[in-house]
Design a protein around this ligand. Structure first.
Ligand SMILES: Nc1ncnc2c1ncn2[C@@H]1O[C@H](COP(=O)(O)OP(=O)(O)OP(=O)(O)O)[C@@H](O)[C@H]1O
Length: 303
């Protein structure tokens, strides 16, 4: 049997997963989301994805490079640009104030207000996307000027200090320019910016991949501590499954644009259902005790 032969109408999951879902309250529900890149030939990057993100959880999104993780994240946050096109689906954001926001219908000011305020994103390679010619303080001030125009200068400064303390950077570095900060610090600053408006959901796309393991660990611990303290949900995207198993409440596994399995992390590790999940796990010998073949032999997606 090949993984191609398995076209579930919904991702594989377990009773534990259903129980977990039933006990949580969702912050975001994506239904039947499909995204194409309108190039020749068309790339069907995301195919009929259903995904629920619960308030305060860390949902890991796993899958090899090119499977559509980033495209899905951009779709959820309405950041797609041509040639990418959302061809089907609905995305509902369940605000803490009790209202539901139809994310697909947002535009103009409504969309600008929604992004960063409700859902923020730490992009792949974000640490290189700080503006090099203004201080990090000025960049944080910009976020407040756009989204919290009523804030006084003293309030902005106090919030900047608070944010730096939250992410473990000495507030004395607020006046620094990007090139004066280490990679790890820049990434922490990006996380501070993503936290600036207290979003209910943060999407993190390979936020620590470019960092060395010690710095990476420090930042991951910080993210886990922060989400406990501040109660935001995280969609954490990476191809690093062992890392996801450590930090996630649930994990969704993506293969060629589809979510093929979603479950609590414990079940993904010990009782994976889908052959691709099993293969992905076996490619990390440290997880299974066996020698992995996935990476070594490049036997990625076929059985
Ligand atoms: N601008 C584009 N034009 C055409 N195809 C694209 C474009 N951007 C991405 N794709 C294709 O869409 C598919 C999904 O890409 P995407 O970047 O979402 O995957 P990913 O899982 O996030 O991978 P990575 O971890 O490498 O970022 C891939 O086949 C990719 O080649």
């Amino acid at each position: 049997m090949t993984t191609d032969a398995i076209t579930p109408t919904r991702p594989l999951s377990s009773a534990d997963h259903e129980r977990y879902l039933a006990e949580q309250s969702p912050v975001l529900t994506a239904t039947d989301v499909s995204i194409d890149y309108e190039v020749t030939p068309v790339v069907h990057a995301v195919k009929n994805v259903d995904l629920v993100v619960n308030r305060g959880e860390i949902l890991g999104l796993a899958g090899e490079s090119g499977c559509g993780k980033t495209t899905l994240a951009y779709g959820i946050n309405r950041l797609l640009k041509p040639p990418a096109l959302l061809t089907s689906g609905s995305i509902a954001f369940h605000d803490a104030d009790g209202t539901d926001v139809d994310v697909v219908a947002l535009d103009g000011d409504g969309l600008r207000r929604f992004r960063w305020d409700k859902i923020s994103m730490v992009f792949q390679g974000a640490m290189n996307s700080l503006n090099p010619v203004i201080s990090v303080r000025a960049q944080l001030y910009d976020v407040f000027a756009t989204h919290r125009p009523g804030m006084s200068k003293a309030e902005r400064e106090a919030r900047c200090v608070e944010l730096f303390e939250l992410v473990g950077v000495d507030p004395s570095r607020l006046g620094a320019y990007a090139h004066e900060l280490s990679g790890g610090m820049r990434q922490r600053v990006m996380i501070a910016m993503a936290l600036a408006l207290s979003p209910q959901l943060m999407i993190m796309d390979e936020p620590t991949t470019a960092l060395d393991v010690v710095v990476q660990r420090g930042i991951l611990r910080e993210i886990m501590r922060l989400r406990e303290q501040l109660q935001f949900a995280v969609v954490f995207i990476t191809h690093d499954l062992p890392l996801l198993l450590e930090i996630s409440d649930r994990i969704a596994v993506m293969l060629r644009g589809e979510i093929v399995e979603v479950d609590v992390a414990e079940n993904i590790l010990h009782r994976p259902q889908h052959p691709y999940t099993q293969r992905l796990l076996s490619s990390f010998p440290s997880l299974t005790g066996d020698r992995g073949s996935f990476v070594r032999e490049g036997t990625g997606v076929s059985q």
